[in-house]
Design a binder for this molecule. Structure first.
Ligand code: A2P
Length: 349
């Protein structure tokens, strides 16, 4: 990335799964970095992380952590974001927050750069990174929505362990080993064993029987698409996959959507890749989406139960486009569009 300004970044949650991916992406995308600060809880303060050949020390987040920081990439959970985001903004930083803490706050833009980059311009210091399943679905279906508005979405998700963090990923691997060794699997991070199992998403349920994850897909899609009319219903399920989510999506339009046109639109859309080989029954798989930037989309077909319906299937890396990559893209957008008011002298211009 070629930009004249170099910025000071702090990663809050640097030791987590998303934090680690953010580090990789900063290097991979040649992010114009001046200084990098690694923040986490006191549990990992003092830990060393090698970044671009230099050993950096993880610091416990504190009142003084955000001095001279231009952008905070926060991925340390909602309560940590609630505790520190405003402090960071008061210190002059823009916070790109990966938690759900501020997503539905009217003052906070909820941004997927392929969908609503213009929303970022309205930020007041905090920009929210949407829920991972919502981002993956959004980049796949928004190009179709632009051609013909989607009336209704029915989605079922197949969500990897990474959505619950690095410790959930490690737990799933340990469970798999234990089961193969004939031992009883232990579940501490997620409520039930995930290895060789699956279960409905474990977020809290509302009075209508929907879990929080499902309601994020409903509400965040409307906010990102800037469309209160679009109806979404979701069933979210955790599956024994490490870091890529899959989704089966049924779309209903006002009029029939020609399936070949849908394929052409998906094939040309930013952030997605059409993966379909009908001869050999080869379609997106989590194993192929892992470590990849684009959301893989395939099995686009006419809904035989509804003349205005389309079916599609996608897989996307939950840690990349579902979290870290989207956050970095927002940071790049802030720099490209000059949406960062950099007021501190530590920045080299
Ligand atoms: P720590 O290593 O100190 O626990 P994941 O989502 O993969 O579980 O990662 C969560 C990240 O958020 C980790 O970097 C973790 O740091 C950090 N974190 C969790 N709680 C806090 C907190 N109260 N203050 C700061 N960082 C936190």
């Amino acid at each position: 990335m070629q930009l004249s300004r170099k910025v000071n970044i702090a990663i809050l949650g640097a030791t987590g799964a998303v934090g680690q991916e953010l580090l990789e992406l900063l290097t991979e995308r040649e992010f114009p970095l001046n200084n990098l600060k690694l923040l986490a809880s006191s549990r990992s303060a003092g830990n060393k992380i090698v970044f671009q050949g230099k050993e950096l020390t993880v610091e416990a987040v504190s009142e003084t952590s955000f001095e001279d920081v231009d952008i905070v990439l926060a991925s340390a959970g909602g309560s940590t974001s609630k505790a520190w985001a405003q402090i960071a903004v008061n210190a002059g930083a823009v916070v790109i927050d990966n938690s759900s803490a501020f997503r539905m706050d009217d003052r906070v833009p909820l941004v997927v750069p392929e969908i609503n980059p213009e929303a970022a311009a309205k930020h007041q210091g905090i920009i929210a990174n949407p829920n991972c399943t919502t981002i993956l679905m959004g980049v796949a279906i928004y190009p179709l929505h632009q051609v013909q508005p989607i009336k209704r979405v029915v989605v079922a998700t197949y969500q990897s362990a990474s959505g619950a963090g690095a410790r959930a990923m490690a737990e799933a691997q340990t469970q798999a080993r234990d089961i193969l060794d004939g031992k009883q699997p232990q579940a501490e991070i997620l409520p039930y064993p995930l290895a060789f199992n699956l279960f409905p998403h474990n977020s809290p349920l509302n009075d209508q029987g929907y879990c929080e994850e499902e309601m994020k897909m409903v509400n965040e899609t409307r906010k990102i698409f800037n469309d209160d009319q679009i109806r979404v219903t979701a069933t979210c399920v955790r599956v024994p996959i490490l870091r890529a989510h899959s989704e089966a999506i049924n779309l209903e339009f006002e009029r029939p959507f020609e399936v070949n046109q849908a394929r052409e639109i998906i094939a040309a859309a930013p952030g997605v890749k059409l993966v379909e080989d009908w001869q050999s029954n080869y379609f997106p798989m989590p194993i192929d989406a892992t470590g990849q930037d684009p959301v893989l989309v395939g099995r686009i077909r006419q809904d035989i139960s509804h003349k205005c319906g389309l079916e599609l299937w996608l897989c996307g890396d939950q840690i990349r486009k579902g979290a870290a990559l989207n956050a970095i893209q927002i940071a790049e957008l802030l720099l490209e569009k000059n949406l960062l008011s950099v007021s501190n002298s530590a920045v080299s211009v």
